[in-house]
Ligand binder design. Sequence first.
Ligand SMILES: [Zn+2]
Length: 283
Amino acid sequence: MTTMAEQDARTAEAIAGALNVLTGRKLAILTGAGISTDSGIPDYRGKGAPVRTPMTVDQFVADEAARRRYWVGSHLGWRAFAAAEPNPGHLALATLEARGVASGVITQNVDGLHVRAGSRRVVELHGTMRRVFCTHCGQVFDRRDLAVRVETDNPWIQVPENVPLGPDGDVLPESTTDFRVPACTVCGGMLKPDVVFFGEFIPAEKFRDAEQLVRGADALVIAGSSLVVNSGIRLLERARRRRLPIVIVNRGATRADSRATVKVDAGTSDVLRALAETLPDVA
Ligand SMILES: [Zn+2]
């Protein structure tokens, strides 16, 4: 058993170690769901989270009932994202970039909170919920406008209690039979949120942007990701090959703890704020 005081001392020591290896360096940052939990967005890969079977893009394209189910869940999820606010972790990263310490943020999140916190160079590896596009003609729609359309066509959805959820938070099929799926207003084609679905690949040019960000940095900070997703590991390996210091900030174990120069086992808000308050500007 470790006491709270011992735990605090260990965290303080790890933060000091992180500051030591990061001082004077230009940082590339990679973030995952753990950075947004303090904004009230659950981390489905975190400890104790229920096992989910996300919809594949093939199911989405082929099955109209699946598409209805997807859109109901996606709409409610987006409303939750829109109501969330960036937390001190997001704000600390925006500050570090404005001061020239961080070159930008690569994120696995689709919640858009880095952009809203003021980060300017943001590579959204898995896309963003803020945009929806037509799979036929390519027309892009702002999610806010689309949400208004969804709620006009399906007024009952504005009261989320009307939508029964399964034990793992997913929308149950019986609640979606009446749902009117939004179509492209230009050509009537199938719309799809601008996010990478389960079973889809990250677009090559997006991964190249992320690689470039790591290439332009002297250190890599990974915050709030357990590195279950392979793209994260690939970026970490790019940094390792160049012998850059790697700092991992995450509550709980990650797939790459043994490959980190420093691991800080703590919440991202406090640790990133400490980095933003202490790291000097980089010329
Ligand atoms: Zn279209």
